[in-house]
Write a protein that binds this ligand. Structure first.
Ligand code: URA
Length: 221
């Protein structure tokens, strides 16, 4: 601004007013819980953004001792905005109760995908990988003592493998979170159990493995 104009503004007492702008968000800083929720709800990283009604971030305690990760919300869950509210969710609640875990106080539940897929089709590899950073950040913020993975797509996201549930279940894996290693147990998805009742015995043994691991794994955080 030239001196003449500045003097005129000063004479009229109208400025100029200089205000410091807020600093731009530092993109190298990891997102807080609220920032992560906002980022997920506005996500357009894959085609599912075009067909979804709303994202389903997850629900439950935060931080939580247990973190459960399923596949993707279905249309029912998409409308309610909460994961595992249908029949599969009821079975999940019973499975947790059987090992003494209370879903409302001890658990954060989420999915590998935060959007429903059209007609409930299987998630695509690309969709799982686009959503994986959100899940990773959720684990870092929830800081669970154990992660229970429900089905192959969540296993693919967290373990970076395309192995089957059958080959991954029955052992304790380790997830490398930002705050240190977290034991991770893979089991069948409850929706799969509803269609394949004989597999319930395997899931029961996985849940007992998860419980034993939770009770004995050294707590370092
Ligand atoms: N509901 C969810 O939220 N996730 C699943 O994987 C299945 C049903």
């Amino acid at each position: 601004m030239d001196a003449h104009r500045r003097r005129a503004w000063e004479a009229l007492e109208i400025g100029p007013l200089w205000r410091l702008r807020p600093p731009p968000p530092d993109s190298s800083e990891p997102l807080t819980w609220t920032q992560l929720q906002q980022t997920v709800s506005g996500c357009k990283a894959c085609v599912l953004a075009d067909s979804r009604q709303q994202t389903v971030f997850g629900a439950g305690a935060q931080p939580a001792a247990w973190m459960l990760v399923g596949e993707a919300p279905d249309q029912h869950e998409e409308s309610s905005g909460e994961p595992f509210v249908g029949l599969a969710g009821q079975l999940l609640d019973q499975m947790l109760a059987a090992i003494g875990v209370n879903r409302s106080t001890d658990v954060f539940v989420t999915n590998a995908l935060k959007c429903a897929t059209p007609a409930n089709r299987d998630p695509l590899v690309e969709e799982v990988s686009r959503c994986a950073p959100y899940l990773k950040r959720q684990v870092d913020l929830v800081q669970p003592r154990l992660i229970l993975v429900l089905g192959q797509f969540a296993a693919h996201s967290l373990l970076g493998t395309d192995a089957s549930v059958v080959s991954l279940r029955g052992v304790v894996h380790t997830y490398a979170s930002a705050a240190g290693p977290i034991p991770l147990v893979v089991t069948h998805h409850p929706a799969y159990l509803l269609r394949n009742l004989p597999e319930k015995a395997h899931s029961w043994s996985d849940l007992r493995l998860a419980r034993r691991t939770f009770d004995t794994y050294p707590v370092t955080r």
